[in-house]
Design a protein around this ligand. Structure first.
Ligand code: ZN
Ligand code: ZN
Length: 170
């Protein structure tokens, strides 16, 4: 998405509001596919120097991805605050500056960076998602299997759990 900032460059210090929608390609985040859709950007910008534009905006989007445990599709809302500086001659030592040419800002990179920062590391379809059976791969939210039955009996903690539960009932 391009933003024409020629008026701001002619009027340093004056604040210009803007709002826009934007589209991002599907990407991979920690080997999970993530597609941000319905991206809305609303904010303001001003010229703070001959070659410099400061921009603040609120970004709202939906992230289409998959559950980290059961791998089923999940959509979650993501909200991000953008507070960035665009410079025509960015200092290569400063990674926080985005470059721009003439009087047009390309917001795509900055919006993607802001959304990725707010994306949770671990996305679940539900807090109590049971995930996939490590043996047969069945989705345990949808069905059951007998792979783990033997393991349950041998686990000393499950036996302990039963004792505690019995005590509570008394
Ligand atoms: Zn899940
Ligand atoms: Zn199984």
């Amino acid at each position: 998405m391009s933003l024409d900032v020629s008026r701001a460059l002619k009027n340093p210090g004056q604040i210009f509001p803007f709002e826009s929608s934007i589209e991002l390609e599907e990407m991979e985040v920690l080997s999970d596919p993530v597609h941000f859709v319905d991206i809305a950007v609303q904010g303001e910008y001003l010229c703070t120097g001959e070659n410099r534009i400061s921009l603040k905006a609120e970004v709202q989007a939906t992230a289409d991805t998959r559950c980290s445990r059961c791998l089923e599709p999940v959509s979650i809302p993501v909200k991000a605050e953008m507070d960035v500086v665009f410079d025509r001659q960015p200092d290569p030592e400063d990674p926080d500056l985005y470059s721009f040419e003439a009087s047009t800002l390309e917001l795509t990179d900055a919006v993607r960076d802001a959304l990725l920062l707010e994306l949770p590391m671990r996305i679940l379809c539900a807090e109590d998602c049971k995930g996939l059976c490590p043996v047969c791969g069945i989705n345990l939210n949808k069905g059951t299997c007998t792979c783990q039955e033997g393991a349950e009996v041998l686990n000393p903690f499950s036996a302990l759990k039963n004792i505690v539960l019995n005590d509570e009932e008394v």
